[in-house]
Ligand binder design. Structure first.
Ligand code: SF4
Length: 396
């Protein structure tokens, strides 16, 4: 079994999208192609982090799985009454933006100029929002780690705020063009952050927010409920087990159009020129054999149908040929509406836990001498039968 690294949201998403791409990124450590919008996002995130850092009032954290708790008095220089520091001026923030600029991956100087301008606009508006209604962060760009029911996970969380009710709000900035409430409702990223925050802080998470920076719109949803977290945990386990067993099959899909590893991916990698002619012949031969196979399959089906009609007409099951005997066999499959069968069994009480109820199980059940005859009758009436005739050949 392979060792599984601590999983982040991006890593889980990458594996679920394509295990082979995950391997290229996390095992082979192949570099990703720089892209302008990633560089832009990184720059804006780093400025927001530095802008709000002076406002952070650290909160008490759980220091172990046993939830032992630090208090405000444990923070250096604190007498239990922490006060926030000074917000940078707008000009200081914009100067920081200029010096932090990451210029990798832009396709042209014009594109980079447009992004620079967009960043200034976004940050200017964000600054206005912060002055008007300052947040109460307890952490910015927080790196949190935890073990989630046996799986080590981690994440960098843009911001964790104290809510007026005394709980916590997780805020994730998005520089993307479009963002909707559905994105926040279905975000696995926010759900995983909720797990991380609740395992690292004693206070409960109350809200999860995707913050759309272009429109300065917080899209907030309530904390994720347990069933949704269980579903996410299942996905995390799928990834954990896949990595453990080194399951790295390529999964082609829409993501391939932006995958930088197409050149080395078996799904897209080209056959070397030296092998092309030989393999072309092999593929053509395979193609021709396939066509022949389909033609023969069609002929076989028609011959079997003719034999069947003759067998029906004459009332026989065995037909001699020159070298062998064709023998007609019967196969039947029963189908039952599982919900209705389950309902009938549940009425009897003791059958409630039977699961799963496939057709074979139900057929066995109908032969069970302990099942009351009335129940058997009701279930039998629900069954429908598919009959298939087929032919075998035996030496004469
Ligand atoms: S090209 Fe597609 S299938 Fe191949 S590694 Fe990339 S995402 Fe996976």
């Amino acid at each position: 079994m392979a060792t599984v690294p601590t999983l982040s949201y991006s890593s889980v998403r990458a594996y679920l999208e394509c295990p082979l791409r995950w391997k290229f990124l996390y095992i082979d450590r192949l570099p990703e192609t720089p892209r302008g919008y990633f560089s832009f996002g990184r720059t804006v995130h780093s400025v927001l982090e530095e802008l709000l850092r002076p406002l952070v009032l650290p909160a008490a954290r759980s220091t172990s799985e046993k939830e032992s708790q630090t208090t405000l008095d444990d923070f250096p220089g604190s007498s239990g009454h922490l006060t926030a520091g000074r917000l940078r001026s707008r000009n200081e923030m914009l100067e920081l933006y200029r010096t932090s600029w990451v210029g990798d991956g832009y396709t042209s100087a014009e594109e980079e100029r447009r992004y620079r301008q967009l960043g200034e606009e976004i940050l200017g508006k964000f600054y206005d929002v912060v002055c008007l209604s300052p947040p109460s962060p307890i952490a910015v760009e927080a790196h949190l780690e935890a073990t989630w029911d046996g799986v080590p996970v981690h994440g960098y969380i843009d911001r964790i705020d104290r809510t007026p009710e005394g709980g916590l709000e997780i805020v994730d900035y998005k520089t993307s063009r479009e963002l909707t409430s559905e994105d926040a409702e279905g975000s696995d990223q926010l759900a995983l952050y909720q797990v991380l925050v609740e395992k690292n802080y004693r206070d409960p998470v109350e809200r999860l927010t995707l913050y759309h920076l272009r429109s300065q719109t917080p899209l907030s949803v309530p904390r994720r409920a347990r069933p949704a977290l269980s579903e996410l945990h299942e996905r995390v386990l799928t990834v954990r087990d896949g990595i453990r067993t080194e399951a790295y099959e390529p999964t082609p899909g829409r993501q391939c159009s932006r995958c930088e590893f197409r050149g080395i991916c078996p799904e897209f990698k080209e056959v070397p020129a030296t092998e092309r002619d030989r393999l072309k012949e092999l593929v053509d031969r395979f193609d021709a054999l396939r066509a022949e196979e389909h033609r023969i399959d069609g002929q076989l089906a028609r011959a079997a149908e003719e034999l069947h009609l003759a067998a029906e007409r004459l009332g026989v099951h065995r037909m001699p040929g020159s070298r062998g005997v064709a023998i007609r066999r019967r196969e039947e499959n029963w189908r039952y509406p599982e919900d209705r069968v389950r309902g009938i069994l549940a009425e009897g009480g003791q059958w409630e836990m039977r699961s799963p109820l496939d057709s074979e199980t139900i057929r066995k059940l109908l032969r069970d001498p302990n099942l009351p005859p009335e129940v058997k009758r009701r279930i039998s009436e629900l069954g429908s039968r598919d009959v298939r005739w087929y032919w075998t050949l035996e030496d004469s």
